[in-house]
Design a protein around this ligand. Structure first.
Ligand SMILES: [Zn+2]
Length: 468
């Protein structure tokens, strides 16, 4: 017995053709013989011919159906229907991100014949659905260098750069991976990362923000932040403050260390306008210099001018850009190396990053490191409990550093600064610590003294805020 219709058909066909040949020979051999027999044979031939045609037609249907099934299978397996991301068009049911495996696709076909949708006449317009970046974003950093055996943060000159900070932060998070995380909280106009090194328990209920180098030329405070951070991590299980191990101090308080709040500006103050990679920003910087010269603001000597740069890479003074008393803040009326408050409150990426961070965590305090003057600005005109806590904070830092206390309200320093914003708008204790004396950038000779005065500030802050 033939095993398939195809073979049945071929055998039938052969038999039919053989019969035809016999008929032809017979009709040729018996000239006008028996007419009835010939007619019967003719009818038999026609019947077989009809049968053959039916078989051919059926075979065609079988072949076409098989081809169509194969085409649908290929379409599905190559992702024609479910492939990749849902474009949002065509009302197709979105199926997770995963493309089905060939086995799954085949099962789909055998169990439920999938109707092939009409090809869209034009490509559906993808609907952009921007996912907002997390405030504390994972910080990508690739390093080829080997980690130093001893201390990671090495301060051998006052020019501690943004690149050096990134490298050291990366080493610190590698060496102390269970104690410190580094997050990107924003990005500057020239594409530098605004970084937040977080120490403290994940279950801690309070967050304190400590930020450094918001004014470009005050960059001596960045290596200070980095050394403070490394000392804290090194002493985690061995050093104590006020009778408590460092690691214990941050069980209920997280410290957010922002070692360089203004990396574009710091890069300008350390290396000049060439440090800015964006061509149009560099052009703008030259225009700013011309403008500053026209209002007699800053030096006509290029090196002196950029060394004294205070603003961010766009010419906005970040410590006048916060949304507190911003409307009445004075200073230079336009983009400048120092003193311009910006075109609107919190116009700058750097300002927004700090505000967003404070919104995202339970911020209970803020400390701003600036230079110079060796003073602590506190007393922003608050009263009651907030004033008492701010005084406590200022006094603790005064005792450690030996810096003098200065009333912000009495000295008329109140402006749209970062600490003004935190204490007056967010109602949390805030102070500004001014390190260094006489000039900025702070000469490197002052580094040892600056470090000794400030080395225990982080454990002191953790201890104080844990008790508040
Ligand atoms: Zn400053």
């Amino acid at each position: 017995m033939p095993k398939s219709n195809k073979y049945t058909y071929l055998n039938e066909l052969e038999r039919s053709q053989q019969l035809d040949r016999i008929n032809t020979m017979e009709s040729g051999g018996h000239d006008s013989g028996n007419d009835d027999r010939n007619r019967r044979r003719e009818r038999e031939r026609q019947r077989r011919e009809e049968e053959r045609r039916r078989h051919v037609a059926m075979l065609r249907i079988v072949l076409v159906t098989a081809l169509a099934a194969v085409a649908v299978l290929i379409f599905i397996v190559t992702g024609g229907i479910f492939g990749g991301k849902n474009t949002g068009g065509g009302g197709m049911k979105p199926i997770a991100d995963t493309t089905p495996t060939p086995a799954e696709a085949a099962r789909e076909v055998t169990t439920a014949p999938t109707p092939v949708p009409d090809a869209p006449t034009e490509a559906p317009t993808p609907t952009p659905t921007p996912t907002p970046e997390p405030v504390l974003a994972y910080w990508e950093y690739v390093s080829e260098e080997p980690m130093p055996m001893g201390d990671i943060v090495s301060v051998t000159s006052d020019l501690y750069t943004y690149e050096q900070m990134c490298r050291d932060l990366n080493f610190l998070r590698e060496r102390y991976s269970d104690k410190v995380q580094v997050y990107r909280i924003g990005r500057t106009a020239d594409g530098r990362d605004l970084l937040d090194a977080v120490i403290g328990s994940e279950s801690a209920e309070k967050d304190v923000i400590v930020q450094y180098s918001m004014h470009a030329r005050e960059y001596i405070n960045t290596p200070l932040a980095m050394r403070q951070l490394e000392e804290f991590l090194k002493g985690w299980d061995s050093q104590s403050y006020s009778g408590k191990l460092y690691g214990t101090l941050v069980e209920n308080v997280r410290l957010h260390i922002l070692p360089m709040a203004n990396p574009d500006g710091v890069s300008i103050s350390q290396s000049g306008f060439d440090a800015i990679r964006n061509e149009s920003m560099r052009q703008k910087l030259n225009e700013i210099w011309q403008y500053d010269l026209s209002i007699d603001h800053g030096s006509s000597d290029y090196e002196t001018y950029y060394r004294r740069w205070k603003a961010n890479g766009r010419g906005v003074d970040l410590n006048r850009n916060f949304d507190q008393n911003w409307e009445t803040t004075g200073g230079t009326p336009w983009y400048s190396s120092a003193g311009f408050r910006g075109e609107w409150a919190a116009s700058e990426n750097e300002t927004q990053a700090i505000v967003r961070l404070a919104d995202a965590v339970n911020c209970v305090g803020e400390i701003a490191y600036h230079s110079m003057g060796q003073v602590i600005y506190w007393d922003y005109g608050t009263t009651g409990e907030l004033h008492a806590r701010d005084e406590k904070l200022a006094t603790v830092v005064e005792r450690l550093t030996g810096y003098a206390l200065n009333s912000t309200i009495d000295t008329g320093q109140n402006s749209s600064g970062c600490s003004d914003y935190f204490i007056l708008v967010r109602k949390v204790p805030a102070i500004t610590i001014e390190t260094g004396k006489e000039t900025c950038p702070v000469p490197f000779e002052q580094w040892p003294d600056l470090w000794e005065r400030n080395r225990y500030v982080l454990p002191a802050l953790a201890e104080l805020f844990a008790g508040f």
